[in-house]
Design a protein around this ligand. Structure first.
Ligand SMILES: *Cc1c(COP(=O)(O)O)cnc(C)c1O
Length: 392
C-alpha cells in the first residue's frame, strides 16, 4: 500500500483522549469504574440536559458493544423462542443476530428506495401475532420515519429498539435520536463510528425496570442492590448472583476514550457535515444518486456518505471500487444485505425478489470516505477522482 493511500475510515484520536487513557492506566482502575460512570452520566447529559424534558430522565448503561447492548435490551423485554422481531435487511448482521441469541426469529423488511431506511409500509405488512419488537436502523446517520414506526408500534403493542450505531448525533423533528419515544436506543462506539471507545456501546432508555434489568445482566447477574448494601458497612467481598448474566461491561480504559470523544462530538459532527456538503456540491452533475439530505433543519450524522451509480455511469459498482482503489482511495459497501448472506438466506428462505429496493441499492452503492481526519486535500482528491471516473 503506497504512502498516499487514503483509507476508507480512520478514528480521530487526539492528545486529550491519549492523556485520559494514560490517566486510567496510571490510576490502577482499568476495568469498569469511575470513568465508565462518568461517561454514562455525560453521554446522557449530552442527549438531554437534566430537567430539559417532562418525560422521565434518560438512563444510560455503558456496554462493551452495541451488539451486547441490543442483546441486553431484547433479553430485558423477555423476547424468546417463538417471538418475532422486525429488522431491515439492509443492515449489519448484528441487528439480526441478537434476535437469534434469544432463540427468536428476525423478520426481514425492505427499505425505502430514497433513504434506504426501513420501510414502514413493509413493516405493517409483516407484523403478525408473534411480533414483539421493531429494530429500526438509522442508515448512515439519517433518522428513520420514527413517527410512523412509533404509530405502528403503539397500535400493535410492540417495543421499538433503535439501532443507533450510525446516529450519533442525529436529530429527528428537532430532537436527538436517543430521546424519542422508543423503548430503548443503542449506540455503538466501534472504531469507525462517529465517536469511538475502540469498542463500546451505550443503551439509553426512560424505562427504569428495563434499565435495571440491563444493568444486572451486563455483569454476570450480580445484584448491585445486594452488593451496595455492604459498601461502607462491611468488608466488600459479598455479592449475590440472581441471574445467569453476561460479561458485557465497558472498561474504564475504553470509557476514558469515550469521555474525551464526547467532548469533541460537535466538532467531529461539523467536520463530517462539511465534507458531506462539499461532496454533494461537487458530485451533483454526475451519473450518480447522492445520499438524501435530512428533512427541514434536522441533522444527519454522516457516518456514511453513500453514492449510487446510475446505469448511465457505464460502470458497475465493483469496477468503480477497484478503480478508486487503484487511484489510492479506499471505499466500502454498506451493506451486503442480510438476505444475501448464507446463514440468513438459508435459514429463512430469503430471496432477492422479496427485497427489491435493498437489492437494487446494494448493486449500485459505494460508501466514500467521510471522516474528520481527512484533510481538505483528501476530500478534494476523492471528489476529483469520482468525477474523473464517472465523467459528466
Ligand atoms: C457497527 C454496527 C453495529 C454493531 O456495533 P458494535 O458496537 O460493533 O457491536 C450494529 N448495527 C449497525 C447498523 C452497525 O453499523
Amino acid at each position: 500500500m503506497n504512502e498516499d493511500f487514503l483509507p476508507f475510515a480512520l478514528p480521530s484520536i487526539g492528545e486529550a483522549e491519549i492523556a485520559e487513557v494514560v490517566d486510567s492506566l496510571r490510576s490502577g482502575w482499568v476495568t469498569t469504574g469511575p470513568k465508565t460512570k462518568r461517561f454514562e452520566r455525560e453521554f446522557g447529559e449530552y442527549l438531554e440536559p437534566v430537567g430539559a424534558h417532562d418525560a422521565p430522565a434518560l438512563k444510560t448503561i455503558a456496554v462493551n458493544s452495541a451488539t451486547a447492548g441490543m442483546h441486553l435490551v431484547l433479553e430485558a423485554l423477555g423476547i424468546g423462542q417463538g417471538d418475532e422481531v422486525i429488522v431491515p435487511t439492509f443492515t449489519f448482521t448484528a441487528t439480526a443476530e441478537v434476535v437469534r441469541y434469544l432463540g427468536a426469529d428476525p423478520v426481514f423488511v425492505d427499505v425505502e428506495p430514497e433513504t434506504l431506511n426501513i420501510d414502514p409500509d413493509d413493516i405493517a405488512r409483516k407484523i403478525t401475532p408473534r411480533t414483539k419488537a421493531i429494530i429500526p436502523v438509522h442508515y448512515g446517520g439519517l433518522a428513520c420515519d420514527m413517527d410512523r414506526i412509533h404509530d405502528l408500534a403503539r397500535r400493535h403493542g410492540l417495543a421499538v429498539v433503535e439501532d443507533a450505531a450510525h446516529a450519533f448525533p442525529t436529530t429527528y423533528r428537532g430532537r436527538l435520536v436517543g430521546t424519542l419515544e422508543s423503548t430503548a436506543t443503542v449506540f455503538s462506539f466501534y472504531a469507525t463510528k462517529t465517536i469511538t471507545c475502540g469498542e463500546g456501546g451505550m443503551i439509553v432508555s426512560r424505562d427504569q425496570d428495563l434499565a435495571d434489568r440491563c444493568r444486572l445482566m451486563r455483569l454476570h447477574g450480580i445484584s448491585r442492590d445486594a452488593f451496595d448494601r455492604y459498601v461502607g458497612t462491611a468488608p466488600q467481598w459479598k455479592y449475590e448472583v440472581v441471574e445467569p448474566g453476561f460479561k458485557y461491561n465497558l472498561t474504564d480504559i475504553a470509557a476514558a476514550l469515550g469521555i474525551q470523544q464526547l467532548r469533541r462530538a460537535d466538532e467531529l459532527a461539523e467536520r463530517r457535515r462539511a465534507i458531506a456538503r462539499y461532496y454533494s456540491e461537487r458530485l451533483g452533475g454526475l451519473a450518480l444518486d447522492l445520499p438524501p439530505q435530512p428533512q427541514g433543519s434536522d441533522s444527519h450524522a454522516w457516518y456514511l456518505y453513500v453514492i449510487r451509480l446510475r446505469d448511465e455511469a457505464g460502470m458497475d459498482r465493483d469496477t468503480f471500487i477497484e478503480r478508486m482503489f487503484g487511484a489510492g482511495i479506499g471505499c466500502s459497501v454498506h451493506f451486503i444485505p442480510l438476505h444475501l448472506h448464507p446463514y440468513w438466506r438459508n435459514r429463512y428462505g430469503l430471496t432477492s425478489e422479496a427485497f427489491p429496493h435493498a437489492q437494487r441499492a446494494y448493486e449500485r452503492c459505494v460508501s466514500l470516505p467521510v471522516y474528520p481526519r481527512m484533510t481538505d486535500h483528501d476530500v478534494e482528491r476523492v471528489a476529483e477522482t469520482v468525477t474523473r471516473l464517472i465523467g459528466q
